[in-house]
Design a protein around this ligand. Structure first.
Ligand code: PGA
Length: 255
């Protein structure tokens, strides 16, 4: 049975005290969850050691980073390496989020190097893909997303792929309140799984978790997570309030 994952991407939000309160609120309300369900919290770098300390010894809930650098160390002012994150106790790294692709000009070649760095640190990668509105309107989203996956991940061998989760995030649905319909999500998630199957075989494709991201909320999570190929969510805005994030965790547990 493949893993179900709900991951919080706090983006550039929350002061340290606010982050600590949010994690406490989540821990207080956490439902009992089964072995194949996981929760990831990816705060800004500055919060990471605090979040790790708060989650220490608690099962099924892990600390993530929103990014890492493509090199191991060196003169890269302002950057943080995957090796530093791993050393601090980070277990998941989000790579290729559309905001970093767009605002930081991160291209596939760079993202492939970041994936390698994160895997070298024995961390699990949440690799993001997704199309802008004009690609969706032209109905070429499948090709667009398949290319992102091929360029970012297909250099990996099959054992490495076991440490990859894919997050499909239609850019037109991120932070916009506009959400992909469950039909749209299922269709492209199934296509992503087929793309993985063609390269790595049916078993690897069956085992990889594919998350949906883009205005996922407690009110729509159950419908999205009920789709056969949707294995959870990458959550932005709704992950900033304990009650809302817990609602999404509950939708995963019940799915
Ligand atoms: P959103 O963000 O839930 O605020 O739409 C999703 C994401 O970018 O991870």
């Amino acid at each position: 049975m493949r893993n179900k994952i709900v991951a919080a991407n706090w983006k550039m939000n929350l002061k340290l005290s606010e982050g600590a309160n949010l994690v406490n609120g989540i821990l207080q309300g956490m439902p009992a969850i089964s072995e194949n369900c996981k929760v990831v919290i990816a705060p800004p770098y500055l919060h990471i050691t605090q979040t790790i300390a708060q989650l220490k010894g608690i099962e099924h809930i892990f600390t993530g980073a929103q990014n890492c650098h493509s090199e191991n160390s060196g003169a890269y002012t302002g950057e943080v390496s995957a090796a530093m994150l791993a050393d601090a106790g980070v277990q998941y790294v989000i790579i290729g989020h559309s905001e970093r692709r767009e605002y930081c000009n991160e291209d596939s070649a760079l993202l492939a190097k970041k994936v390698n760095q994160a895997l070298a640190g024995n961390m699990h990668v949440i690799f993001c893909c997704g199309e802008p509105l004009e690609i969706r309107d032209a109905n070429t989203q499948n090709e667009h997303v398949a290319r992102q996956i091929e360029e970012g991940l297909f250099h990996l061998d099959a054992p490495q792929l076991k440490n990859i989760t894919i997050a499909y995030e239609p850019i037109w649905a991120i932070g916009t309140g506009r959400v992909a319909s469950s039909g749209q999500a299922q269709e492209i998630h199934a296509y992503i799984r087929k793309t993985i199957a063609e390269k790595y075989g049916a078993e690897a494709a069956d085992n990889i978790s594919i998350l949906y991201g883009g205005s996922c909320k407690p009110s729509n999570a159950a419908e999205l997570f009920a789709c056969a190929d949707v294995d959870g969510g990458l959550i932005g805005g709704a992950a900033l309030k304990a009650e809302e994030f817990l609602g999404i965790i509950k939708a995963m547990v019940d799915s």
